[in-house]
Design a protein around this ligand. Structure first.
Ligand SMILES: CC(C)(COP(=O)(O)OP(=O)(O)OC[C@H]1O[C@@H](n2cnc3c(N)ncnc32)[C@H](O)[C@@H]1OP(=O)(O)O)[C@@H](O)C(=O)NCCC(=O)NCCS
Length: 189
């Protein structure tokens, strides 16, 4: 698909229902309801602020969504610097249009906007083969630990990308997410 026809823009309050429907469709019957509940909780969670929510739109229809919520880094050693950091979760593209470049376009555009807003680091727990295209690298090996231990076989799924030069080197410690996401059940796979 030519992604020129896909518009990426910040989500508005009236996008909420289409966004929830999109996640239900994209994640399917098993995982969908869990993700929908999580998205609702994150959107209503004051500890997630500031949040960044972007939709991909085609012909006035929401076909993709990505949410970023705030995280803090609890330093392992004394440090007075506070990171401006976010976590990407979740990302979804409508089932009929998956594999056509929309997710890639959406994440690239969203990361550009986060960078312009001064965000230094973005974390994700996801498919390494997918997220490496945006510059994400394994985070644990760089001293940035996940909120819960990641099983050894998935350790590379915990990743970070720096949006400002040298941001990865500047911070270390354990990442703490918003209350909605800070539950072990979201970190076991
Ligand atoms: C994952 C997802 C967001 C990707 O968006 P997309 O628009 O389909 O992806 P793109 O067209 O930009 O990129 C396609 C690539 O994604 C990869 N991909 C898609 N789903 C994948 C999966 N479940 N595991 C690993 N890679 C996957 C494809 O292999 C393809 O790789 P290639 O470019 O090397 O051929 C979308 O497929 C989706 O919504 N899936 C269901 C929800 C989900 O699993 N979200 C995970 C993120 S939290």
């Amino acid at each position: 698909m030519n992604t020129d026809a896909i518009q990426v823009r910040p989500a508005r309050s009236d996008d909420r229902d289409p966004i929830l429907a999109l996640h239900l469709d994209a994640f399917g019957d098993d995982e969908g309801p869990v993700i929908v509940r999580l998205v609702e909780e994150m959107l209503d969670d004051p500890t997630a602020d500031p949040t960044y929510s972007f939709v991909a739109e085609s012909k006035k229809k929401v076909v993709g969504h990505v949410l970023f919520t705030s995280v803090t880094i609890e330093p392992a050693s004394d440090s007075s610097d506070v990171a401006n950091a976010q976590i990407l979760a979740p990302l979804a593209v409508t089932r009929d249009l998956q594999g056509e470049g929309i997710g890639t376009h959406l994440v690239n555009e969203a990361l550009k906007q986060l960078s312009a807003a001064g965000v230094q680091l973005v974390f994700v727990l996801g498919y390494p083969n997918y997220y490496s295209r945006f510059g994400f690298v394994p985070a644990g090996a760089r001293g940035l630990q996940a909120p819960y231990p990641i099983p050894e076989q998935n350790v590379d799924a915990w990743m970070v990308v720096e949006l400002q030069a040298d941001a990865i080197e500047s911070f270390n410690g354990e990442v703490k997410c918003c209350r909605a996401l800070d539950q072990q059940k979201y970190w076991v796979e």
